[in-house]
Write a protein that binds this ligand. Structure first.
Ligand code: UT7
Length: 326
């Protein structure tokens, strides 16, 4: 049987760190509030000259090096992002140019925080149908450029960075067992960027009205996230006749410690099997799962044959899971 296997992972993030204490000086908030409500202690913020493609490219180079794959061997590059360098061309095309992946087709996927899982799901199908042999899937964001740094409801939640995975066709039982992607567009207004598109293009008025900044109804998103992430995780297990006890490592989207704890509890995954790094990065949207995956992988937390579950949720609304045997 041909399966899609992750053969290399990589991640990259800005050097600049913004702590909760730094934020106390910028908006009316406190380290105590941020820590207890979100679990975040600090986040990485891009500086001048750093873009989404900067981190996407670095993460890609690290993943290629680990996999022992050259850029010319890639058939496909998919970048999940909602903070691309430009509305077009895609950030995937910029990565392709940077790494000289001359034989690949490259495109972005817009699925907010679920972007990496959507990308992985697409790459898996390209590979299992024989359309591609080696693909690069990236989640990359510089959300710091689309958050309102005077809005305490959102600015402290997000961070910048990228994570990447090389996926390849391999004979055998190990690899991606299933992916499930879902969306419900009727909730689009719960989390979105009103400006910079065809509805509210850049004019003095849209800039004055701050329409270029993302907006979120955090509380409603929170409740829907817990339910949807539990549901799609259970779908993944059921599709493979596996139980919660079979999971060796659970890598959920890193948005809020309370969301992660609630899902872990509902599913019955013990804390030591849940990978959490959001205290250092905040919510990096599409980048959060591949950054966590790369950290877990490089720390030796994943062994051959381990069952790993990814679980994402984001604007759209979108959500999805991927179940792998490593
Ligand atoms: O990436 C995928 C999509 N995003 C998410 O999954 C995020 C989901 N949502 C969340 O993580 C949480 O809803 C937040 C962290 C955004 C907010 O936490 P919450 O527990 O839902 O807080 P809240 O919005 O209900 O606000 C509680 C209180 C309010 O005060 P009152 O009305 O109770 O007096 C807020 O005004 O906390 C106040 N508040 C703050 N206080 C200090 C809101 N933001 C802050 C702040 N510092 N930054």
């Amino acid at each position: 049987m041909i399966r899609t296997r992750i053969t290399g992972t990589g991640s990259a993030h800005p050097e600049k760190v913004l702590t909760n204490f730094d934020l106390e000086k910028m908006v009316d908030t406190s380290d105590e509030w941020i820590t207890t409500r979100t679990g975040i202690k600090e986040r990485r913020i891009a500086v001048e000259g750093e873009y989404t493609s900067t981190f996407a490219t670095r993460a890609a180079e690290r993943a290629l090096a680990m996999a022992g794959v050259t850029a010319e061997e890639l058939d496909l590059i998919i970048v999940g992002t909602v903070s691309p360098d430009f509305p077009f061309p895609s950030t995937a095309c910029l990565v392709q140019s940077n790494i000289k992946a001359v034989n690949a087709a490259a495109f972005d996927v817009s699925a907010a925080c679920s972007g990496f899982i959507y990308g992985l799901s697409i790459a898996d199908r390209f590979i299992r149908t024989g359309t591609a042999k080696k693909a690069l899937v990236i989640g990359a964001e510089v959300l710091s450029r689309i958050v309102d740094w005077t809005d305490r409801n959102t600015c402290l939640l997000f961070g910048d960075g990228a994570g990447a995975a090389i996926v390849e066709a391999r004979e055998g039982e190990n690899g991606i067992l299933s992916t499930h992607i879902r969306s419900d567009g009727s909730y689009w207004e719960l989390l979105y960027q009103p400006g910079c598109g065809s509805r509210n293009p850049a004019t003095q008025k849209t800039l004055d009205d701050k329409l270029m900044f993302l907006r979120m109804h955090g509380n409603e998103v929170f409740k829907l996230a817990v339910r949807a992430m539990e549901d799609v995780a259970r779908q993944a297990l059921a599709a493979n006749a596996l139980n919660t006890e079979d999971i060796d490592l659970f890598i959920p989207h890193q948005a809020n410690r309370r969301i992660i704890d609630a899902i872990g509890k509902r599913l019955g995954v013990p804390e030591e099997k849940v990978f959490i790094n959001l205290e250092r990065y905040g919510n990096t949207s599409a980048a959060s799962i591949p950054i966590a995956l790369d950290e877990a992988n490089r720390a030796g937390r994943i062994k051959e044959g381990d069952v790993v579950l990814f679980d994402a949720f984001g604007g759209g609304l979108t959500w999805g899971s991927a179940l792998l045997r490593w």
